[in-house]
Design a protein around this ligand. Structure first.
Ligand code: OSB
Ligand code: MG
Length: 369
């Protein structure tokens, strides 16, 4: 298989609701889409690098640079039999997993379309529907948070994750439990704490959380292991897990009991499947994270979530929480039972709306063989 042409587009889309975490606030989404053309077929990928380097080191500007100057030329020069050969072909480029993933995931879409199979089928998915949860940002007040939780539970979502930071944590969780009882609840700190906060975080043990996500620094497996020994609540790692090797090291160190898989953070689907399989073998459940993706990245995530060890509801939710209209037809919807259907058509299995993409495009570049 050879890619004839790669198109890069930088898009900006307003978010339906601003999203605030311990690392910052997002009002609009700036991101790169990649489109591959090969043998009369087209395929799509979405880069999850953001406008700012606060979740990870990559940004839309670094990703564009690495895609246009290094990864794009490598991919157009590559004759590959299967998309699992693509990530290894990018080996000479250190890091830049989000840029790598955008192209790699598009090659899986291309391969699936060529095979006439849904993307989930070529990835090894077994589910026809996936369980959906929501990630709720830091709010101005508890009442505002409670209103959001009420609306998401009413929409059917199967688990609620709330973002925490110092000053918006134990008391908020206590009040959520008082108001909503025994709902499936977890928290995400996005690395806002240090091991010195261990006693404070241990106060969360009283509330029966499903897990606490990424309490400490991205590169600190050792302190996560110390903290995990101190807590009854399971630690889930997000930012820390950027390769199958870091997943193995985290598991061996006892740094977590659950793993959040985001293909953008891991460099694509092949590496995500490797982490999925490694966690399954070690007896750790995984779930699919989200990066406020447009419909294109969102549908990629839905297909990967169909793999067997995605046993916990993920952050992959309905389009209407993020973008109205979305870039795909039909938009992603959540059923009243909190599930999302895995599309069954070839590749992504949804239509991409070229006009909406054109209207949101700020920058364009094409690379050809
Ligand atoms: O930590 O999971 C995270 C969004 C952007 C960056 C990091 C994270 C998130 C989310 C939102 O939690 C998940 C979503 O709704 O897409
Ligand atoms: Mg997270």
């Amino acid at each position: 298989m050879r890619v004839d042409r790669i198109e890069l587009r930088l898009l900006r889309l307003p978010l339906v609701h601003p999203f605030r975490t311990s690392f910052g606030r997002t009002d609009e989404k700036t991101f790169i889409l990649v489109r591959l053309l090969a043998g009369g077929l087209e395929a799509w990928g979405e880069c999850v690098a953001g406008a700012t380097p606060y979740y990870s080191a990559e940004t839309t500007v670094t990703a564009w640079h690495v895609l246009a100057e290094f990864l794009g030329p490598t991919l157009v020069g590559l004759d590959f039999g299967h998309p699992r050969e693509v990530f290894p072909a990018f080996h000479a480029v250190r890091g830049h997993n989000m840029a790598k993933a955008a192209l790699e995931m598009a090659t899986w879409d291309l391969y699936a379309r060529r095979e006439g199979q849904p993307l989930s089928g070529v990835l090894g998915g077994i589910r026809t529907r996936i369980a959906s949860g929501v990630s709720i940002g830091i709010q101005e007040s508890f009442d505002q948070l409670a209103a959001k939780i009420r609306a998401e539970l009413d929409a059917g979502y199967r688990r609620v994750k709330i973002k925490i930071e110092p000053g918006w944590d134990v008391d908020v969780v206590r009040r959520v439990r008082e108001r909503f009882g025994d709902i499936p609840l977890m928290v995400d700190a996005n690395a806002a704490y240090t091991l010195g906060d261990a006693d404070h975080l241990a106060a969360l043990d009283a509330f029966g959380l499903m897990m606490i996500e990424q309490p400490l620094d991205e590169d600190d497996l050792t302190d996560h292991a110390r903290l995990q020994r101190r807590l009854k609540t399971a630690i889930c790692l997000d930012e820390s897990i950027h390769s199958p090797r870091t997943a193995r090291d985290a598991i061996d160190a006892g740094a977590c009991r659950v793993v959040n898989i985001k293909p953008g953070r891991l460099g694509g689907f092949a590496e995500s499947i490797a982490v999925h399989d490694l966690c399954a073998a070690a007896g750790l459940p995984v779930w699919h994270g989200g990066m406020l993706e447009s419909g294109i990245g969102r549908v990629h995530n839905i297909h990967l979530s169909a793999l067997p060890n995605f046993t916990l509801p993920g952050d992959v939710a309905a389009s209407r929480r993020y973008f109205v209209p979305d870039l795909v037809e039909p938009a992603v919807e959540v059923a009243p039972d909190g599930t999302i259907v895995v599309p069954t058509g070839p590749g992504l299995g949804v239509e991409v709306d070229a006009d909406r993409i054109a209207r949101a495009t700020l920058r364009f570049e094409a690379l050809a063989r």
